[in-house]
Design a protein around this ligand. Structure first.
Ligand SMILES: Cc1ncc(COP(=O)(O)O)c(C=O)c1O
Length: 486
């Protein structure tokens, strides 16, 4: 008999001892044939004793009450639904003969696995405490200065501005490069909307560029074709926003060569690729300006925050100016142009400093998670992993793959649904921006005859990749995928 199951003639004393030993707060009384008769909690036994029963009486004195049970193979979400409906926190799972297979409990069932959740270390709190102790509770202060300096040292760049978000950094990059109404800006299509939104903030027109299959990032072929066409129309873009998707650098050499040839500055949207390398050099340091995000889901986080970096300190000086409401140096608050309130707070910069000191560990953890997925799912048909060219060292921010439904026997959307039913958060690959209703009518340049970005969106899947996931969490995910693929 299972440890959570007892016979009707079990004494109250033994039942209490069993509850104590299992520590689960519930037992199931089962018949001689193993069928579930009713559940028993501490409270049920206490009430019997208060009514005058002795510890030597059998649990069969409890009134008959058919237990709420669930059939085998129910998803977590469905099991939690039954618990909610019946206001219970435990649910015996029974087979066709009403025999107990296991008892589910709400606490374990509701443990959700997130796509990429924050992973704090110990130093963060010390820096934040120091901000409180010294009363530097402001969008400037020693943590902000140190965070910028430490970031510059870490990635080998001359200047950095800590900001309220990666989006703010991208917006400033557009302002710094003089993007305005009537201009166009080229941007990777396969990315999050934040990459392109600042083009619209500035009243300019986005033109989207396809990915290449080797990196999933901006296709140099499509970029060149788009620049050729723009030159023919005497309308070269004011900037090119190159995104490093899911922690992997775009192939920067050919992209920079083409951009230089046409004299167009590059902004590297490295929101997802902090800690990654391109040909041994840190991602985010290749463009005229580089952008990082410390949003809660990123490889390191300040809950919300971003950084704008450049080897041109004058550009970053102007970013400081614009991000603090463009205040002229006068005591009476003089303004000659409009700026923003975009600086990072000294408290959040403290979190950032602690997190930055852990970046190498976090990259190693995410890469290890990717390898665990790859080996656990190696035998499954129809799964292909996001490639990592030999010149690339990806931070594997998210483990991304594509599913060929004809070979796998299931498509990415169905896998997503099955994982969601198990309280596991996975996502499709970004919906390309040229397919977004808000960008309808914008120009788009494909890599070849077919759009690579469309194909990746159609078949792609991002798996949970947080560096604080346990081996048991990963096993829960891979077991579920194995059970539905092939
Ligand atoms: C590619 C990309 N660009 C920009 C951003 C915007 O960063 P933030 O959320 O810090 O504004 C994000 C993430 O959120 C992103 O993934």
């Amino acid at each position: 008999m299972k440890p959570d199951c007892i016979a009707p003639d079990t004494t109250l004393r033994d039942a209490l001892a069993r509850l104590d030993a299992t520590g689960r707060g519930i037992l199931v009384i089962v018949s001689g044939a193993g069928a579930a008769l009713r559940t028993v909690t501490d409270g049920d036994l206490r009430r019997l004793i208060l009514k005058g029963s002795s510890l030597e009486d059998p649990v069969s004195l409890l009134p008959d009450r058919a237990p709420v049970t669930a059939p085998e193979g129910l998803s977590r979400v469905a099991a939690l639904g039954i618990m909610d409906e019946h206001h219970v926190d435990h649910l015996p799972v029974v087979d066709a003969g009403n025999r107990v297979i296991e008892i589910l409990d709400r606490k374990t069932l509701s443990k959700r696995i997130f796509l990429s959740s924050p992973h704090m270390g110990e130093l963060e709190r010390e820096y934040v405490d120091e901000a409180f102790r010294s009363n530097w509770i402001a969008p400037l202060g020693p943590n902000v200065d140190a965070f910028e300096r430490e970031m510059c040292e870490m990635i080998g760049i001359r200047a950095a501005a800590a900001l309220s978000s990666g989006s703010a950094a991208l917006h400033l990059s557009m302002r710094l490069l003089g993007v305005g109404a009537g201009d166009s800006v080229f941007c990777s299509s396969l990315t999050f909307v934040a990459s392109a939104a600042p083009i619209i903030y500035q009243g300019a027109e986005p033109v989207f560029i396809d990915s290449e299959p080797e990196t999933w990032n901006m296709s140099p072929i499509a970029l060149e074709r788009a620049l050729d066409a723009a030159r023919a129309e005497a309308r070269l873009p004011k900037a090119i926003i190159v995104v490093n998707l899911y922690g992997q650098s775009a192939d920067m050499d050919p992209i920079l060569q083409i951009a230089d040839h046409y004299g167009v500055p590059v902004v590297e949207d490295a929101a997802e690729s902090l800690g990654a390398l391109y040909k041994g050099r840190p991602s985010g340091t290749f463009g005229r300006l580089g952008v990082f995000s410390f949003n809660g889901n990123k490889i390191i986080t300040t809950s919300g925050g971003g950084m704008l970096v450049s080897d041109d300190p004058d550009l970053i000086d102007r970013a400081y100016f614009l991000s603090t409401q463009a205040r002229e140096p006068a005591v009476h608050y003089e303004h000659k142009e409009i700026g923003y309130n975009y600086r990072m707070s000294n408290i959040l910069a403290g979190v950032g400093r602690g997190q930055l000191s852990l970046l190498k560990d976090r990259v190693a953890a995410r890469r290890a998670i990717f390898e665990t997925y790859r080996s656990a799912l190696a035998e499954l048909p129809g799964i292909s992993w996001m490639p990592e060219p030999e010149w690339s060292f990806s931070n594997r921010w998210l483990t991304a793959c594509t599913i060929d439904p004809d070979v796998a026997g299931i498509d990415n959307r169905s896998i997503l649904k099955r994982l969601a039913d198990e309280m596991i958060e996975a996502r499709p690959i970004w919906k390309p921006l040229h397919l977004q209703p808000v960008f309808e009518g914008c120009r788009y340049y494909r890599h070849g005859n077919e759009s690579v970005a469309d194909r990746l969106y159609e078949f792609g899947l991002c798996l949970p990749s947080g560096s604080n996931m346990s081996p048991a969490d990963i096993a829960r995910i891979t077991d579920k995928i194995c059970s539905c693929v092939g």
